[in-house]
Design a protein around this ligand. Sequence first.
Ligand code: ASP
Ligand code: MG
Length: 475
Amino acid sequence: MSKARESIVVMKFGGTSVEDAKAMRRTASIVQGRRDRGLRAVVVVSAMARVTDQLLASAAAAGRGDRPGALAIAARLRNRHIETAAELVSGDRVHRLQTALDQEFDALDDLLRGIAAVGELTPRTNDLVVSFGERLSSRMVAEAFDELGLNGTQVDARTCIITDANYGKAAPQEDAIERQLLALVLPLVEAGKTPVMGGFIGSTAEGITTTLGRGGSDYTAALVGGGLHAGAIEIWTDVNGIMTTDPRICPDALRVKTISFEEAAELAYFGAKVLHPATILPAVQKSIPVWVLNSRNPENEGTRITAIAPRCVSPFKSIAAKKKLTIIDIVASRMLMSHGYLKAVFDVFDKYQCIIDMVSTSEVSISVSVDSNQRLPEICAELSKIADVKMEGHKALVCLVGEDIRGQHGIAAQVFAAVRHVNVRMISQGASEINMSFMIDEDDVDEAVKSLHAAFFANPDPNIFDVAARPAVTH
Ligand code: ASP
Ligand code: MG
């Protein structure tokens, strides 16, 4: 830890936290709050809310040869950014910022015209189009931060986040990233500036623009925090942190004050949309705590994600549910499962790049659950050559996560007693030993989650859960 720079905090603001001028100014006051505490902020921003989707739509339109369609989307984006700039800054800055944005949008229009002329959209060009979102938002936020006395300065993330050339989901190269951050970003921090960089985007060593995959700005924040050996990473979003379950299902859901990396990663995978699991790895490996915070409620303490969870009296930290799943039952008709059979089955899923959520096997059958997608009929047709196949959609996976279930007996019995009135299709206790999950009909999710939440969070551990904020239960 000798390299640790405790006073550096990497603050990531998601799309809703920079969705308009008001939101951008709110991020400035949050950053100011950190500076007031003597911290030095490095800021990572997403594109303004919904911009990434619109850029992808414009790229797709251009790829179909629909030039007017592509340019119309770009024109709407231009207006939104130009108008936001006028509201965001004042004086000479308005003109300067708008000119800079106009230049970017001219380049985007040229690019879309080029794609439309060729009528083909490659993954590489798609990344270049979508990169405009974060390039524009970081430019605007940096300008606002400068006007508001935070010494904001834009850093083109592509100069620091070096990746391979796997467009659309490029893999970061952490050694190169650390080198670049120390050369380009650390000196700015040391000079009292607030570097502002776009999340999600990077470039190959040769300078070709890449992206880290949807939701990749959190990943950027973890990479920047890791590379700079920061003291903390803050993911500013629009919820109060990780909750014991979805508050839309259980209004008495509680904020989880502290959770381990492993638990948070399990939850993210199973549908709790606060964080993307792989994204926090670069921070985990360096034991940098990650906080999830609410930019609309900055006083709230959020959730702290740490390498090792403190002991908790309750077995579980949170309950997540993932819908839109399909169960495929594969029954070996003639031959019982022989050598190589499982491999043959999984090869089919692999061929279609279909990700399996859960597997259970018996002597003659295999049940797998997968995300419902259009290729399932093809997959089933191919599996039918080696087995009898049955597909059942509209399933959901309910997942309970907690490190304190490790080695505890009788937890499974308590879980299934709580949902005894629900028809459970498949059960698994993950190899990680920190999650218990089971598959039910989508229609039963609310009922199951409510029953489990009532059973396991009736007496929550006040060290781990924000009990003080629990809404009064009305009978
Ligand atoms: N703007 C990108 C997306 O919408 C990345 C991010 O926001 O994390 O996926
Ligand atoms: Mg996100």
